[in-house]
Design a protein around this ligand. Structure first.
Ligand code: CA
Length: 242
């Protein structure tokens, strides 16, 4: 059993009965407590009625409201429970929507059960680490360009505009802020921010850097703060490179 599974409660929102039941059995075998919801409506009811969930596994295609919309509603309501989105579609437009709806991570169906387990585990480990770090650290604000971040209060302003970041986006931003001007390899980000060791898939990192660019770069396609360093990784430049 994973050390993080103990006492962790998952909500699996999936209308395909056999898949939902299979996930429930496997997660329970690992020590998680699991609730199922077959529609967005049922998910909202369970989220409102019960003690908080540790994480939500959310299928994009549901019979009523789609997963993107459900995730957006949660975030708008100030609920930052980690969300892993499951999508059967792999078109670019869906990837972009997944990135903007506030999900922390997503997997394309069909996926390997082991990969889903590893990502659930990683998100929960990070969440616990944040809680522990949060109780130790003094209030920390940081600013670059026209961006002001209050990491403890989970508040981000770009100019006059408040921006809603997911916890993972905020953590990645914090890691960059602590390491300005240094080339950081994707593997290091996976290990330090995602808490994944020797994880072969670095696309997640690229997706999240893309998200930070969309939030903070004046022209996301021509970044001046979150720079790619070919063959090496990424570099954060608070001043903005020409
Ligand atoms: Ca479905």
């Amino acid at each position: 059993m994973s050390e993080d599974a103990e006492s962790a409660r998952l909500l699996v929102v999936e209308d395909e009965r056999h898949l939902a039941t299979g996930l429930k059995l496997n997660f329970e075998f690992e020590g998680y407590a699991v609730e199922l919801a077959g529609t967005a409506r049922e998910a909202m009811r369970k989220l409102a009625a019960q003690e908080p969930f540790s994480l939500i596994v959310l299928d994009v295609s549901l019979p009523d409201t789609d997963g993107f919309e459900l995730c957006r509603r949660l975030r708008k309501a100030g609920d930052h429970t980690p969300v892993i989105m499951l999508t059967a579609r792999n078109r670019a437009v869906d990837r972009v929507e997944g990135l903007t709806s506030g999900a922390d991570d997503y997997l394309t169906k069909p996926f390997e059960l082991d990969e889903l387990m590893a990502r659930v585990d990683s998100l929960l480990r990070r969440r616990r680490w944040e809680r522990e770090a949060g109780t130790r650290a003094p209030t920390s604000t940081y600013s670059f360009a026209n961006v002001v971040i209050d990491f403890d209060r989970h508040e981000v302003q770009v100019g006059e505009r408040a921006v809603d970041l997911t916890q993972l986006e905020l953590d990645l931003l914090r890691y960059f802020a602590r390491n300005p001007g240094r080339v950081i390899r994707r593997g290091e980000l996976l290990e330090k921010v995602w808490k994944l060791r020797n994880y072969p898939n670095t696309r997640t990192v690229d997706n999240f850097v893309l998200r930070l660019r969309r939030h903070f770069e004046p022209e996301p396609a021509r970044p001046v703060h979150f720079l790619s360093v070919r063959g090496a990784g990424y570099k954060f430049n608070p001043e903005g490179a020409a």
